[in-house]
Write a protein that binds this ligand. Structure first.
Ligand SMILES: Nc1ncnc2c1ncn2[C@@H]1O[C@H](COP(=O)(O)OP(=O)(O)OP(=O)(O)O)[C@@H](O)[C@H]1O
Ligand SMILES: [Mg+2]
Length: 468
């Protein structure tokens, strides 16, 4: 059967109050802008918007059905009426999980979730049908949507699970019921809501709640919270702990890596077997993500050597380290787009990549950074604490914006200082105007800092994509 969901299956999963005609659906969404032909559209009610306002439009655009909790005047098409649309989404996700024979991995961590999840998608889908969460669909909506999208015949499923507040991971983990769970690392991301790194570690370990029997926990052996996570995983009933990292005790151990600006050559020891591979994404952080992903592949029972070969094709995505060569003036510039996300670990990882990236003759390293958000009371100290890494990056010009970046500004070498502005909209023009052919420019900040404004200004000032 090719349909993702039939109306009979939806009826069984949701026990609706009322339901109009029969249908077959090929997708599931809650985003009215993304709704396509054949989708089931969930009318979720949020704090600011109510999906019911988009039901008529979704059906007009070919949605197979809409899941609603009240009357929708003017809607013509299949309506499935439930008491609570959010609960209905969770129910459909659970039904998607329950019917699946896929081997399932869940991914959490302070940083590197999407990168690791996307690497797993690439590695596993080269071997068998694989379904993975879209983008960072990792919260109370993203997880059930991703489960509801799991095709009935998928061999592998990979799900990202995230959190901003205590208590968020466990219920999501219990929906995913994974066979293998990986915590990429534990650091101060979102520490503002969480209090301490220990509290963050304990929250991440809730990934191991409700796993299937024989479960495997893949943990960062180099992280100082390794033992804490391993203990908690065992208490949740995990059968096997696999460590990855540089540590001698790691089961997926980094032996050597040659880091280049466009990727790395890696040698690792995986459960006693030496493997060598090329990784298409740059930076040591990516090397560690790839080790974690290989450990997950092994634990899922997929072919590790084949998976390792796929890593050559894995690239950083836009906003998460993707590189673009752009025509600029009489030459080109290299843009490192990290505008999607920032915390102390990922900023330092990016600065290390920038340090290894050689500008073209006559060019310089230019750095544009906006605030790292959600770091709580220590936020200014975390920002000021980037000074050494910024100095080591070799950036000739540094452009900053946001109130917390103000704390880093006086710690920059005088010669490095470009400008500090209140926000990215104000900064964008300064950065674009400062660039010249040959430069490498790195742009980084939390999503809320909107550093995409700077990326867009650079793109607008450029002559478009250049040949590599
Ligand atoms: N292991 C890592 N250590 C440090 N930085 C990393 C690591 N992996 C990825 N990064 C960098 O961190 C940024 C965010 O990566 P990614 O999107 O994979 O994280 P995430 O955990 O999914 O974030 P989010 O919480 O926004 O979903 C990217 O710029 C990426 O290059
Ligand atoms: Mg993510």
């Amino acid at each position: 059967m090719s349909a993702l969901w039939t109306s009979d299956e939806v009826a069984r999963a949701l026990s609706p109050v009322a339901m109009s005609g029969a249908f077959e659906a090929t997708g599931v969404t809650f985003d009215s802008r993304a709704v396509g032909k054949g989708d089931i559209f969930f009318a979720l009610t949020g704090e600011t918007t109510d999906g019911h306002g988009f039901v008529a439009d979704a059906l007009a655009r070919g949605a197979a059905a809409a899941i609603v909790s009240r009357d929708v005047p003017g809607a013509s098409g299949n309506l499935v009426r439930v008491a609570d649309t959010m609960k209905a989404l969770v129910d459909l996700g659970r039904a998607g999980r329950a019917r699946s024979n896929a081997r399932v991995a869940s991914v959490t961590g302070s940083v590197g979730k999407t990168s690791t999840k996307d690497a797993l998608r690439a590695m596993l889908s080269a071997q068998a049908s694989t379904s993975a969460s879209t983008a960072s669909f990792n919260n109370h909506v993203g997880v059930p949507i991703s489960l509801a999208r799991l095709p009935r015949d998928a061999a592998y499923g990979v799900f990202e699970i995230g959190m901003n507040h205590p208590g968020e991971i466990e219920p999501l983990a219990r929906q995913v019921e994974s066979h293998v769970g990986v915590v990429t690392n534990v650091g101060p991301a979102h520490i503002g809501h969480m209090g301490s790194e220990e509290a963050i570690a304990d929250e991440k370990a809730c990934l191991f709640a409700g796993m299937r029997s024989g479960a495997v926990a893949v943990l960062n052996r180099d992280n100082r919270h390794f033992d804490r996570l391993a203990d908690k995983a065992r208490r949740f009933g995990v059968a096997r702990i696999v460590g990855f990292g540089r540590n001698d005790a790691a089961d997926a151990r980094l032996l050597a890596c040659d880091l280049q600006d466009t990727g790395s050559d890696v040698a690792a020891n995986l459960h006693g077997r030496r493997i060598e591979y090329r990784l298409g994404a740059a930076g040591e952080h990516w090397v560690l993500n790839s080790l974690a992903a290989l450990a997950v592949v092994e634990a899922l029972g997929a072919d590790v050597l084949k998976a390792a070969q796929t890593l050559a094709e894995v690239k950083a995505t836009p906003g998460r380290g993707a590189r673009r060569r752009l025509k600029f003036g009489a030459g080109t510039i290299e843009l490192l787009d990290e505008s999607y996300n920032a915390n102390p670990a990922s900023v330092k990882a990016m600065l290390a990549v920038l340090a290894r990236t050689e500008p073209a003759p006559g060019g310089r390293r230019v750095l544009a950074m906006g605030d790292m958000r959600e770091l709580g009371e220590g936020a200014d100290a975390f920002h000021a604490g980037l000074a050494d890494a910024v100095a080591a990056s070799g950036a000739a010009q540094v452009f900053l914006c946001g109130p917390h970046m103000q704390a880093l500004w006086p710690r920059l070498a005088a010669a490095q200082r470009g400008v500090h502005r209140p926000d990215s909209a104000a900064l964008a023009g300064d950065v674009a105007a400062a660039l010249k052919a040959g430069d490498v420019v790195a742009v980084k900040g939390s999503l809320g800092s909107k550093m995409k404004n700077v990326v867009d200004a650079i793109l607008a000032a450029s002559g478009g994509e250049a040949e590599r």
